[in-house]
Each structure stands twice: as C-alpha cells, then as structure tokens.
Design a protein. Structure first.
Length: 300
C-alpha cells in the first residue's frame, strides 16, 4: 500500500470514530495508518486511546502488553522516534518570608525569596536560616506542572514552639543529703545481714552446747576434763558474741532509720511539713521543723 492508500484508510477510520457506535478496533487501526504515514506522535496517541477506552475483556492481556511495549519504543528518547518522547513538565515553587533577616536555600543552593523558581517535579528540600540559627529542613513534594509556595511564618513558629535541648530539664538528681541517706541505708542493710548471720551462728553453737549438756546430764559417767573445757569454751564464746550481736543490731537499726529520716528530711524540705514521725521496731525518729530526735527502746 502506498501513502495514498494509507491516507484514504486514515480518513475512513476518522469518519468511523466520529460515530457514536465507533468500534474500539478503529482506534488501533487509525494508529497503524498514522504510523505508516510517518506521524509517529499521532500514532502513539491513537494507541493510548485504544488502551484507555478498552474495557476489561475487550483487549487480550498479551495484546495490551504488546501495544504498551510498542508505545515505549516509540517514546524512547534514545530511539528513532525521540521527537515523541515526553519532555518533563517543570513545577514552579515560590519561597515567601516576611522576615527580612531570614534567608533560604533550595536543595542546598541559595535562592531569592519571593521569586517563583522553575524546578523539576519530585522532592525538594527547603531550609530557612537566620544569623543565629538554622531551622529544620522542610521536604516539599512537587507534581509536574504544579505551582506551589512555602511560607516561612508557620514553619518557623511551629519549630520555635518545640523545646530546644537547652530548655529540656535534666532528670532530677539526688542531693548530697539524699546520697548520704542511701549510703546509710545501704550500710544498715549490710550491718543487719551481719547481725543476722552472727545470731544464727551463735544459735547453732548454743544448740551444740545444749545437746552436750543434756547428754552429760543423762549419763552416769563423769565427763572428762576435755569435754568440760570444750563446753566452757563454747559458752564463753557465745557470751562474748552476744553483746557484739546486739551492737550490730542496734547499729543496723540506727543506720537504717537514720538514712530513712535523712532522706525524708531532704525530700520534704520544700513541702513545709512541720512534723513527721518514723519508727522501725525499737528505734523511732521524731522530726519537727528545725529539729530531729532519735529514740531507742528495748527490754533487757
């Protein structure tokens, strides 16, 4: 077929597409005629019309894939029909700021505030800065052909409301008195464990001494001197350890109640509590504004 035949076929397809009941295949046939006549860009548009108008089931999937690849080939910027490749449509961005001391950068380069700037579609980074500080960068997404603007007022105001690291209060720290109180309570716990250990050790030796005494009382044989000396040694050891055990218990209680008292005093300094009483068994503390009293009581 010559150009004359293709021209006649194209005219026929154009007339058929003007009818209300135009067949879908006429769009594809028109594209074929346009491509044969060298009108590549028009052929691409006809192919796209054919694909976009075809409802599900009207175009086989493999046909749709084949025509889509053909369109990509015709639009390939490196191919023989590069003139039909779609040129990127730029977007336009305007940066506005009423503060004359603020300057801005777009993707790292300085720009003039208030003037529309042609940019490629996609994501861009806008940064506002003043002599004494730089605000966090703002990501701007631009669509092809879209005219957009970024105003600094709301951005700077919202970021100024966020607390700076200097404004964030550090976690509360223990005062020297509170640290001393914790040391005292820790020491009281250690001394208390020591007192309990000594108590149970003495108790076990008392049971040993008591068992020997009971055996000797039930026996008709006089005990040897070694046995009596050993029993006497155990008894003296228990007697010597008893006041030590009592002293350790008192020290543990004093350190614990003293540490608790000191901690409460330090903690409640600013709460204007006039009176406070803390007790732990035989040891108690009475705190009155300006004075602290300790009392220990026990049975001997």
């Amino acid at each position: 077929m010559g150009d004359k035949d293709y021209r006649a076929a194209l005219d026929a397809f154009q007339r058929s597409l003007g009818a209300d009941d135009a067949p879908l295949s006429a769009y594809y046939a028109r594209g074929q005629a346009q491509l044969a006549l060298g009108d590549v860009c028009a052929a691409v548009a006809s192919y796209e019309d054919y694909l976009s108008r075809g409802r599900r089931g009207e175009i086989a999937p493999e046909t749709r894939t084949r025509i889509g690849r053909h369109i990509d080939q015709l639009r390939d910027p490196e191919g023989p029909f590069a003139k039909c490749a779609q040129a990127p449509i730029p977007a336009r961005l305007t940066i506005a700021c009423a503060d004359p001391d603020v300057h801005a950068t777009l993707d790292g380069r300085a720009i003039e505030i208030g003037q529309p700037i042609p940019v490629e579609a996609g994501t861009h980074t806008v940064t506002f800065a003043r002599a004494e500080r730089t605000w966090a960068p703002l990501q701007v997404e631009l669509e092809p052909g879209v005219v957009s603007s970024v105003v600094c007022a709301e951005l700077l105001q919202s970021q100024d409301k966020a607390p700076s690291p200097k404004d964030v209060l550090p976690p509360p720290r223990l005062s020297a008195g509170q640290k001393t109180a914790w040391i005292m309570m820790g020491g009281g716990a250690v001394v208390g464990v020591s007192a309990l250990t000594l108590y149970f050790y003495n108790l076990s030796r008392f049971h040993v001494w008591k068992r020997f005494q009971d055996q000797l009382a039930d026996s008709d044989v006089d005990p040897s001197s070694e046995t009596t000396d050993e029993l006497a040694r155990i008894a003296r050891s228990i007697d010597r350890a008893e006041p030590v055990n009592v002293g350790l218990a008192i020290a543990a209680g004093a350190l614990t109640i003293g540490g608790v008292t000191l901690y409460l005093v330090e903690t409640n300094k600013k709460k204007n509590r006039s009176e406070l009483t803390v007790s732990s068994g035989a040891l108690s503390a009475h705190i009155q504004q300006g004075t602290v009293g300790l009392r220990w009581s026990g049975t001997w």
